[in-house]
Design a protein around this ligand. Structure first.
Ligand SMILES: NC(=O)C1=CN([C@@H]2O[C@H](COP(=O)(O)OP(=O)(O)OC[C@H]3O[C@@H](n4cnc5c(N)ncnc54)[C@H](OP(=O)(O)O)[C@@H]3O)[C@@H](O)[C@H]2O)[C@@H](O)CC1
Ligand SMILES: [K+]
Length: 504
């Protein structure tokens, strides 16, 4: 599990660690680690450190201090290092070290800074770190913007300046780095969007904080974590041990979502899928997934609506269900069941209009995107997008549910637990119907007995991995990052789930 922390948590751990160490030890460890990473980068791009050009953007705090000390180390290896001092003051020790090692430093001047960035092989963004707050003031904001025109690699020191280290919020100009070198522990804002999209790759420099860190604010499960949580069928498994999932989805108007949700559940290994809906979606689900056991519902007679469905261990409610009175009757019947229920899509619209539906004892998992969460919380969508971590936490507390917030970094929140952030996926996943597949995968895991928190975070991981596999044309598809990927359809993601499970 990759764990991440708020700025306050990092500072508390730092104070505890510092109590037993001579002054300056941590900054010197941070600067040494940073300089080593930069030297390796210079070896890569220039073949040597000696004679390479390094630009330092140094703010007035300790983040600037780390940067100046690292610059001094590079200057002592023969790099040509020049610092732009952005604050009214500069870190004294760091500046003295840089000058003593032969580096140069000047106060901010926009034209000169632009020239410097156009010449530098690497640029170190040491404007602000965990001490930053709110939108960057001038001239920090201008310098952050200038890094977009840098010719070389941009390395963010601890945190890309302009990104809130604790939450990932971005309120104005912010550095977009190729690489972020972070000290002691991951900051939550490096893993959560919009901050996460500013970091480039993230490298952690150990400065000894580990033993002093509290429970994390955010955790990103790895493939091994997910593999450890997933149930594997044994010789004695029957369908109920593997989990029977009920799906109440689709309507005569919207049929595709039902097929996709059922596909997610079938491919994720449900022991059995029981699909319940009106006649047309039932017909289509039977045609595509003959292994599903189906029941035609008559929501105009809500009494005993689900009596014919048979035993299920978890429900998926909502994809393509519609939002009228008949859909409401289905939602009421499903949410009255004493088993975990995942609510998605139209189901979320129904519970946003009638929160009494969520008064239940068994676990509930809600899987909104930002627009759906906006309706659930009565908060504008833009505010949710800008502060996803805060809002997913708030939703979990206010709605008494596990909340999976979809998006470029999917988050899973439950009260008193670290928010889990998903690290798999591909930009191609942002296409219609993939959320329906996710609902089916999550439902299958809930039925298998995983908690809402584990089911949602494992499903998000598997879904993102399946999407990557599908986008690359199968597990053997080559390329790193997004190279070699192609558009995918939602059903491709469902079909790639078994390969994703094999890879775990
Ligand atoms: N903790 C640890 O374990 C270790 C921490 N270490 C390092 O210390 C860093 C934290 O240092 P820190 O506390 O001095 O704060 P920092 O990030 O430099 O920011 C303060 C400066 O930013 C400025 N500023 C703030 N907001 C701004 C804005 N919106 N717009 C513009 N300016 C703004 C603020 O300006 P001022 O308010 O003073 O005018 C001040 O100059 C941390 O990230 C890591 O790199 C490592 O050395 C080793 C171990
Ligand atoms: K920084």
């Amino acid at each position: 599990m990759r764990t991440a922390y708020t700025s306050d948590q990092i500072r508390t751990a730092e104070t505890a660690l510092m109590a037993g160490l001579p002054e300056g030890t941590l900054m010197s460890r941070a600067a040494a680690g940073l300089a080593m990473v930069c030297a390796n980068l210079l070896q890569g791009v220039r073949g040597r450190v000696y004679g390479s050009h390094v630009a330092l953007l140094a703010g007035g705090g300790d983040n600037g201090g780390d940067t100046l000390y690292a610059g001094a180390r590079l200057a002592s290896r023969g790099a040509r290092v020049e610092a732009v001092l952005a604050g009214s003051r500069a870190h004294e020790g760091g500046l003295a070290a840089l000058l003593a090692a032969g580096g140069r430093a000047r106060p901010f001047d926009a034209a000169r800074a632009g020239d410097l960035l156009a010449r530098a092989d690497i640029v170190l963004d040491g404007l602000v770190g965990i001490g930053g707050g709110g939108a960057l003031r001038e001239p920090y904001g201008t310098l952050a913007e200038l890094t977009a025109g840098a010719a070389g690699l941009v390395v963010a020191v601890d945190v890309p300046s302009g990104v809130d280290a604790s939450s990932g919020r971005v309120e104005g100009p912010a550095v977009r780095a190729h690489l972020t070198v972070t000290f002691g522990a991951y900051k939550a804002g490096l893993l959560v969007d919009p901050g996460a999209s500013h970091t480039g790759s993230v490298e952690l420099v150990d400065i000894g904080l580990g033993p002093h860190l509290p429970d994390p604010e955010v955790a990103a499960p790895t493939g091994d974590d997910v593999a450890g949580l997933l149930p594997r069928p044994g010789a004695e498994s029957d369908k109920y041990r593997r989990g029977v999932v009920g799906i109440a989805a689709g309507s005569d108007t919207y049929t595709g979502a039902a097929v996709l949700s059922a596909g997610g559940a079938v491919r994720a290994g449900a022991g059995m899928v029981r699909f319940a809906s009106t006649a047309e979606p039932v017909r289509l689900v039977r045609a595509r997934w003959p292994e599903a056991v189906t029941t035609v519902l008559d929501p105009s007679a809500p009494e005993g609506l689900l009596d014919e469905v048979g035993r299920v261990q978890a429900w998926v409610l909502g994809p393509g269900l519609g939002t009228g009175p008949e859909a409401h009757a289905v939602a009421r019947a499903v949410l009255a069941a004493d088993v975990p229920v995942l609510v998605d899509a139209d189901g979320l619209t129904l519970v946003a209009k009638d929160r009494t539906l969520l008064r239940r004892a068994a676990p509930t998992v809600l899987t909104p995107h930002a627009g759906e969460l906006s309706r659930l919380l009565g908060v504008p969508r833009e505010r949710i997008e800008a502060a996803r971590l805060d809002h997913v936490r708030r939703a979990a507390a206010e709605l008494g549910a596990t909340v999976l917030l979809k998006g470029s970094t999917t988050l899973v929140a439950e009260e008193h637990r670290p928010v889990r952030v998903n690290t798999t996926g591909t930009p191609w996943l942002a296409t219609g119907g993939t959320g329906d597949v996710l609902s089916g995968i999550t439902g299958a895991l809930l039925a298998a007995g995983l908690s809402g928190y584990d089911a949602a975070s494992c499903a998000a991981y598997i879904h993102g991995l399946a999407a990557r596999i599908a986008a690359r044309g199968g597990a053997a598809g080559g390329g790193d990052g997004r190279r070699g990927e192609a558009p995918i359809a939602a059903l491709d993601v469902a079909e790639a789930v078994p390969e994703a499970l094999r890879m775990l």
